[in-house]
Ligand binder design. Structure first.
Ligand code: MLT
Ligand code: ZN
Length: 477
């Protein structure tokens, strides 16, 4: 590091310590390094410091100081990015701005059906706060115990209930954002209608910290379900899974809260690596579906509806076996089989992720063609497609061939992702459905979003962050 930069950083640290106090600043590499590695362990960065402001004013002061010093900022929530979105570079020249101390739920209004909270509240804590007030925060992702609201919104997370309630951005009524020059934008409105020019809150959702830092939000809540029914089904094929989805949609589309696909090999990894995981069906299957029905309507007879649709599907050979949860514990156990998919793949070895989407009707074709493409590219590779079939969003993950060197395998990631993406493009899909771009996928942006779309994004970035201090190297190539 050149001396001038070292002394700039030293001066900056003194000023930041004054702004946030000793509690708000970590500079010892033993303390900062755990923040600088991503959940997947694909990126190991090193930060000059981790700054943990106590409130928006402190955070804004830090952003202003960094802007003046020309030091860039990597905002970080629960550090659960799948694409290295919250990991700094390795030069100890960037600071991580952690929202972890800004973790207060400020207000729940059961009449307006809104939840007002700071960005550092975990998604799980936000769900619990909503449930305590008799409401539902209808966003659920596997990492919800760690993921924080700010990160969830900044990355426009999707998850398990998108089929019914939409993505994170669909739940946002208001935002507070610290802009790259340190100014605070207070857009904490909780209006269902507010048609007043460009929709700034939607600009920050999905911006991945490249345009500003979300510090608080107002979220839309939904009525809490009165009835729920969850089933795990063994399926003969991806086509049958699509057929079953259509049957539930035709029966009562408003009740379908989740419709998740899993493959036989993926389920095998879960039962092998996750203690206590057990598939409640007689035989292992080549494909599985988890379907969850829920409704706030009283006496809706969901359990009977679930049985009716499944019985007919069994009779028609669309489903080969099914287990309906009889208790909350069984429901949780079925969901665990789905939610531990990523963790189980991590324990099995190196894996390359493809978070892709296609029109729902094309999911079976995606699974078949991408499987073929990857097996042709690398004999022995193990496809583990799973995910949010009801949204057309499949995590087309690939596990390393048995016995292959993990480092060698991960070095092939671009070739593997390109092979899957070729199929995705042919099916009019997207190369990133819900995980965002981070530092893993900016190189794809020119190819997929180049021209007027990418140029507009670059102009917005240049206008809001002319010094380029906000999460550089992420999203834009
Ligand atoms: C999930 O839905 O569990 C995650 O988004 C998927 C992943 O690990 O690719
Ligand atoms: Zn997912």
């Amino acid at each position: 590091m050149p001396d001038t930069h070292a002394s700039t950083l030293e001066t900056l640290m003194t000023a930041i310590r004054k702004a946030v106090g000793d509690r708000g600043l970590l500079t010892d590499p033993n303390d900062t390094d755990p923040y600088a590695e991503d959940w997947r362990r694909l990126y190991r960065g090193h930060a000059a410091a981790v700054v943990r402001p106590a409130d928006t004013q402190e955070l804004a002061a830090v952003v202003r100081l960094c802007g003046e010093a020309g030091v860039s900022i990597v905002p970080q929530g629960g550090n659960t990015s799948m694409v290295g979105g919250a990991t700094p570079n390795a030069n100890r020249t960037q600071i991580i701005l952690s929202l972890a101390r800004m973790n207060h739920v400020m207000q729940i209004d059961p009449v307006d059906m809104t939840l007002t909270l700071q960005a550092g509240v975990t998604l799980k804590a936000a769900q619990v706060a909503a449930a305590d007030a008799g409401c539902l925060l209808p966003l659920s992702i596997s990492s919800e115990g760690s993921a924080q609201i700010g990160g969830v919104l900044a990355t426009n997370a999707g998850g398990n209930n998108t089929v019914r309630y939409g993505n994170a951005r669909d739940l946002v009524l208001g935002l507070e954002v610290v802009l790259p020059d340190g100014e605070i934008w207070n857009g904490m409105r909780r209006l269902r209608k507010d048609n007043t020019g460009y929709c700034l809150r939607q600009l920050f959702c999905g911006s991945e910290g490249t345009l500003g830092i979300i510090t608080a939000a107002v979220l839309k809540l939904a009525p809490q379900p009165r009835e729920m029914a969850v089933a795990l089904c063994a399926m003969p094929s991806p086509e049958a899974a699509l057929d079953l989805f259509s049957r539930f949609q035709a029966h009562d589309a408003a009740a379908v809260q989740a419709f998740e696909y899993m493959s036989g090999p993926g389920m095998g990894f879960v039962t092998a690596h996750i203690p206590g995981a057990h598939v409640p069906l007689a035989e292992p299957a080549a494909h599985y579906v988890l379907v969850e029905l829920a409704t706030p309507r009283p006496n809706a007879g969901l359990r009977a509806a679930m049985e009716q649709v499944l019985e007919q599907a069994l009779e028609d050979g669309v489903v080969t076996d099914a287990a309906i949860a009889e208790s909350e514990a069984q429901r949780a156990a079925i969901w665990r089989l789905r939610e531990e998919h990523s963790e189980a793949q991590k324990r099995e070895g190196a894996s390359v992720k493809n978070d892709v989407s296609v029109p729902v009707s094309k999911v079976p074709e995606l699974i078949r063609r991408a499987t073929m493409a990857c097996e042709t590219l690398m004999p022995g590779i193990r496809p583990v497609p799973f995910g949010h079939m009801g949204d057309g969003n499949i995590h087309f993950n690939l596990e390393q061939p048995i016995g292959a060197d993990p480092t060698w395998f991960l070095a092939q990631d671009h070739a593997i992702m390109d092979a899957v993406n070729e199929v995705v493009r042919d099916l009019d899909g997207s190369f990133s459905a819900e995980h965002g771009i981070g530092q893993l996928k900016p190189y794809m942006m020119e190819d997929w979003r180049g021209g007027a779309e990418l140029a507009t994004m670059q102009r917005i970035k240049a206008a809001l962050d002319p010094k380029g201090i906000m999460n550089p190297g992420k999203v834009l190539p």
